[in-house]
Design a binder for this molecule. Structure first.
Ligand code: SF4
Length: 269
């Protein structure tokens, strides 16, 4: 079955292609950039049962409290507790932030119609956190639980004024708006509800207003991604083995390209 393009696949493919490209000054910085890992995850769709980071676990728990969404493995997210059985500070914050979410939803009289709503076309796919009705109109709401709510320089930072330059964040709204347009024939607004994981009383609502040109560009980028994937499948995915990445890679046990020990690197002085 041909691979459909999700926004996470597109980002991973761009990162891998940048590492491959000798004209781009980027080097592999984790096993995520290794071609064998990319192929296993996105082409062969192997469930690698990767352990989420501590920040990701907090976000999963927050989203579960907001929408009831379960992680991919279907398990119910459990909060971390202290030895006395109380929620740790981070999980207490996530719980308070979910209460703020419920207050905001109630204040704006937003009706949640579906959560984890999956839409696919012949070439594209995506799962929306929340499909809702707001002021009588359907809309998409994406939840973010971030420690970078005001960060300007980090590419994953949500500083409002810099977002127009943050392609890897903004692509999501474009991707989902196209999916809804193509599958449901609707032009709907897309909102990010960004919660501050460091301050449970803090959040902001951002509506992504997309320049019409961006839709055509994104469709072209999806077509290019499909062509690139086809090319890579014919010519092979390149491994970037390095002891420091391989040791943490979920494919380590079975990978015949892995580096079991560090190689010696020269440094010049
Ligand atoms: S073990 Fe190393 S070479 Fe093999 S897939 Fe992982 S990062 Fe790539």
């Amino acid at each position: 079955m041909p691979v459909k393009i999700s926004q996470s696949l597109m980002k991973a493919l761009t990162d891998y292609n940048n590492v491959l490209n000798p004209n781009v000054d980027v080097s592999a910085s984790s096993y995520h950039n290794c071609g064998l890992y990319f192929k296993a995850k996105y082409v062969d769709k192997i469930d690698m049962k990767e352990e989420p980071s501590a920040a990701m676990k907090e976000g999963i728990y927050f989203e579960y409290l907001c929408t009831g969404a379960l992680p991919r493995d279907g398990s119910t997210p459990e909060p971390e507790k202290t030895l006395k059985g109380q929620l740790t500070t981070a999980y207490a914050r996530a719980e308070q932030a979910s209460q703020l979410f419920k207050k905001v939803i109630s204040h704006y009289q937003i009706k949640i119609l579906k959560t984890g709503y999956s839409l696919s076309t012949e070439t594209m796919t995506g799962i929306m956190d929340i499909w809702a009705e707001w002021d009588g109109q359907p809309c998409i709401i994406d939840l973010k639980y971030s420690g970078l709510i005001d960060d300007k320089w980090n590419e994953l930072g949500w500083n409002t004024d810099s977002l127009m330059h943050k392609h890897s964040l903004m692509i999501q709204g474009v991707h989902y708006k196209i999916l809804v347009k193509d599958m449901l024939g609707l032009d709907v607004p897309f909102f990010y509800f960004v919660f501050n994981s460091k301050d449970s009383s803090d959040m902001k609502i951002l509506e992504e207003v997309v320049d019409p040109e961006k839709f055509d560009k994104h469709r072209e980028a999806v077509d290019d991604a499909i062509k690139l994937l086809g090319y890579l499948e014919r010519t092979g995915f390149k491994a970037f083995p390095d002891y420091r990445y391989c040791k943490d890679c979920p494919l380590f046990a079975t990978c015949d390209q892995r580096h079991d020990y560090p190689k010696i690197q020269k440094v010049y002085y």
